[in-house]
Design a protein around this ligand. Structure first.
Ligand code: DX5
Ligand code: ZN
Length: 224
């Protein structure tokens, strides 16, 4: 794969009182996607962002909104998020009974469809749906919180998924999410990740976002 690896800052670690400004800032510094973590208090304990917030931040950027639904019954919400301006909607395989139908619905809404796997979920859970996807998201932390430690064993899972996708000529993006900083990012890219999500590594109080964006971009290779 010679295409540039994409950087997707997660606004979960941004100041929720100034989300518009946060989105504008990462847009200015070359974000390829804006990763939006939606949590419902059921699939994962916290409650974060709903579709009204997605609609509000939509006005602050033209960068694609990559909406990661960590929610139960996602089929009840995809229309709302599509209307709010999501460009990619990713649902969790663990939350879906009729995954193929839901993926078809997301595409029907004119949105790219992604499916995510928790760290303990085997790759087999997505092998049948892979040909229908625009994106597959491998979680490298247990979803629910920003700032957790990267689970090193997931590098092998990413590499196995990469081989499987190459073997079957699946052109979907392979996104990796959770605990990625500039030290870990090169290993994720090496394993085959094509979209790198980073929350706390981008939005932290110690350094300006201009600096952290640059550091992450260098770590994944290539300038925006
Ligand atoms: C975890 C979220 C991730 C996470 C990324 O539930 O899906 O997007 O917040 O943040 P960091 O990079 O801090 O792990
Ligand atoms: Zn996420």
């Amino acid at each position: 794969m010679s295409e540039k690896v994409k950087l997707a800052p997660s606004i979960l670690s941004a100041d929720f009182a100034s989300l518009g400004a946060a989105v504008e800032e990462v847009t200015q510094y070359g974000a390829d996607y804006i990763h939006v973590d939606v949590m419902d208090g059921h699939f994962v304990p916290p409650i974060t962002i709903g579709h009204e917030t997605v609609k509000a931040i939509r006005k602050h950027t033209s960068v694609p909104l990559d909406v990661h639904l960590m929610i139960e019954s996602p089929e009840r919400q995809v229309d709302n998020f599509a209307q709010a301006g999501a460009n990619i909607i990713t649902v969790h395989v663990e939350a879906c009974t009729h995954l193929h139908r839901l993926v078809a619905r997301i595409k029907e809404l004119g949105v790219k469809a992604g499916v995510s796997l928790n760290p303990s979920t085997p790759l087999e859970a997505v092998t049948e749906i892979l040909p229908f996807l625009d994106l597959v998201l491998v979680m490298t932390v247990n979803p629910g919180y920003g700032g957790q430690a990267f689970i090193g064993e997931m590098l092998d899972k990413i590499a196995r998924l990469r081989s499987l996708m190459d073997e079957r000529k699946i052109g979907a993006e392979l996104e990796v999410d959770g605990g990625i900083n500039a030290d870990i990012a090169p290993r994720v890219v090496q394993a085959g990740g094509t979209v790198i999500v980073a929350g706390s590594a981008i939005f932290n109080a110690r350094e300006p976002v201009a600096q952290t964006m640059k550091r992450m971009r260098n770590a994944i290779g290539g300038v925006s």
